[in-house]
Design a protein around this ligand. Sequence first.
Ligand SMILES: [Zn+2]
Length: 299
Amino acid sequence: MFILIKKHLLLMLIFLFCSANSYAKINVFACEPEWASLVQILAGDRVKAFSATTALQDPHHIQARPSLIAKARRADLLICTGAELETGWLPLLLRKSANRKILPGQTGHFMASDHVLLLEKPKQLDRSQGDVHADGNPHIHLDPHRIMRIAEALSRTLSRVDADNQADYQNNWISFKESWSRAIAKWEQLCQSLRGKQIVVNHNSWVYLEDWLKLKRLATLEPKPGIAPGSTHLAQVLVQLKDSQADMILYASYQNDKAVRWLEQKTHIPVVELPFSVSTNETLFEWYDRIINQLLDSQ
Ligand SMILES: [Zn+2]
């Protein structure tokens, strides 16, 4: 009788161990929602992805609060933008979480910007010029072609972090590549009418979008990156816009719209508030659709 119970227990334990193992998910800590969304597409339910920021937060500046440190401590894979975007909080978070798996140089440390060419790399680094990023402009998620390259690299990283399921990641990457290419073609077709449109931006957040859709930036409201515009600078922008009329003023939902609204009042140029990243329950595809639709609607 006793032996029978023991045998039973042993079988149950083996069963529990095996099922726990086959459902063990890869814990992903993403710095921004776009990477959480991308890894979810590439890995499906093999990962549990968490994003440290939402589309309504400024990814340059957040607090490395204890709940984030706890999440980072349990992560198997870290996915961030890099290129100094998170320089104000990520190093501290990594130090405090003391999780070797996600430290620089480890397989579980993935920086999206390492896999693409960056625009606006300063020839000379002068920090007195504001929040200047030495590696170039980090807001790479607004170019779908760069997203494609990042997805390919991320899929390779997933195969290394979770080698048992390599075939799945390979298949997911192939199907993403197909559907993302189709989506890019659709967006590019839709956006032909936007070519050459002249824009004013709040922060230099849209460089990759400008480059992709061939928008022309006339002015930036921030005199230096990360520095709020004062009245002298705004007056200069106003003079500049008298000579060449802009078609729209762009700003990200998380940014302060004070200067943007002031300029709208003075010039009656349409203001377009764009979501800077994927919202909860939205996919990367839907977010791009939303940006494109908002740009087209403003015309
Ligand atoms: Zn920035």
